[in-house]
Ligand binder design. Structure first.
Ligand SMILES: NC(=O)c1ccc[n+]([C@@H]2O[C@H](COP(=O)([O-])OP(=O)(O)OC[C@H]3O[C@@H](n4cnc5c(N)ncnc54)[C@H](O)[C@@H]3O)[C@@H](O)[C@H]2O)c1
Length: 275
């Protein structure tokens, strides 16, 4: 289904009275990919980008839930396709970007979201393979995605990239050394790449969520609802975030309303970073 509108929606917008009153959160005519889009934050993001008018490639390892995400988007009148992708595999990441071009003819928005919490244990009890796997899924995958996405965006004059790190990409958490280190890496990578492409029409930002009610967090506490509620109460706002609240921040960064925002790490954490 190639042939989306070729207008360069992401061009820096002069804030005239006319543009200030325009609905600049719209993503109509843009093509997006979202990794880890079969579940949680990624799925909420794919659904919101589609609701705002973007055609969305849903990339994930999980084919069943990926197909369900596509169904939800198309049932709501949006446009989406699923592409099975392991974001740790460079061949599959390159194929994911090629599939976006095949399906939609362009790539304007990329949300590099897939991740894993890794093993919760003190550092001496962490195995090398746990460490390597966590860094691979969270950080190396972001490098592979950026490397595949940027040249394609440059060909059409620019684009928007949002990586998903964590509040643990900005502050430490005991017993999650690989997760915290890899998410700090995603923040640093985002800032460096944002500087490389700031004059070439590509904005690169990173969203750093606090604790969000998703299957990942539920799995992290072994499905213990009381433990989830406790995590929510630890946040200054006194509750967990919903995936849609993280998706809203990502969609804003992808929109023209964020036209002068790049290299920014946006905490969406109910106040955790303020403590
Ligand atoms: N849930 C939270 O509290 C929280 C907090 C901070 C940051 N985050 C980050 O948000 C992102 C999304 O997390 P979530 O909570 O929505 O998790 P989730 O488990 O609900 O969804 C993650 C998705 O990523 C997919 N995935 C995992 N490894 C993959 C791989 N190698 N290739 C392709 N897809 C893969 C999974 O199949 C799943 O569909 C992660 O990067 C996570 O670290 C989550």
């Amino acid at each position: 289904m190639p042939g989306l509108d070729n207008e360069r929606h992401w061009s820096p917008v002069a804030m005239t009275a006319a543009t200030l009153s325009a609905p600049s959160t719209t993503l109509t005519g843009r093509a997006a990919l979202v990794t880890g889009a079969a579940s949680g934050i990624g799925r909420a993001t794919a659904e919101l980008l589609a609701a705002r008018g973007a055609a969305v490639l849903v990339a994930d390892l999980d084919e069943t839930n990926g197909a369900a995400a596509v169904d939800a988007i198309t049932s709501a009148g949006g446009r989406a396709v699923f592409h099975r992708t392991d974001v740790t595999d460079e061949v599959q990441v390159d194929a994911m970007v090629r599939e976006t071009l095949r399906a939609f003819g362009r790539l304007d928005i990329a949300v590099n979201n897939a991740g894993t919490p890794g093993t919760y244990a003190p550092l001496p009890d962490q195995t090398l393979s746990d460490w390597q796997r966590t860094v691979e899924v969270n950080l190396t995958s972001t490098f592979l995605c950026l490397r595949a996405e940027i040249p394609v965006m440059l060909e059409t004059g620019g684009g928007n990239i949002v990586n998903v790190a964590s509040a643990a990409g900005l502050i430490g958490f005991a017993n999650l050394p690989a997760y915290v280190a890899s998410k700090h890496g995603v923040v640093g990578l985002t800032k460096s790449v944002a500087l490389e492409y700031a004059r070439q029409g590509i904005r690169v930002n990173v969203v750093c969520p606090g604790s969000v009610r998703t299957p990942m967090l539920a799995g992290f506490v072994g499905g213990d609802e009381a433990a989830l509620e406790h995590m929510g109460r630890m946040a200054p706002q006194g509750r967990l975030a919903e995936p849609t609240e993280i998706a809203a921040a990502i969609a804003w960064l992808c929109s023209d309303e964020a036209s002068y925002v790049t290299g920014h790490a946006l905490a969406v954490d109910g106040g955790v970073l303020a403590t």
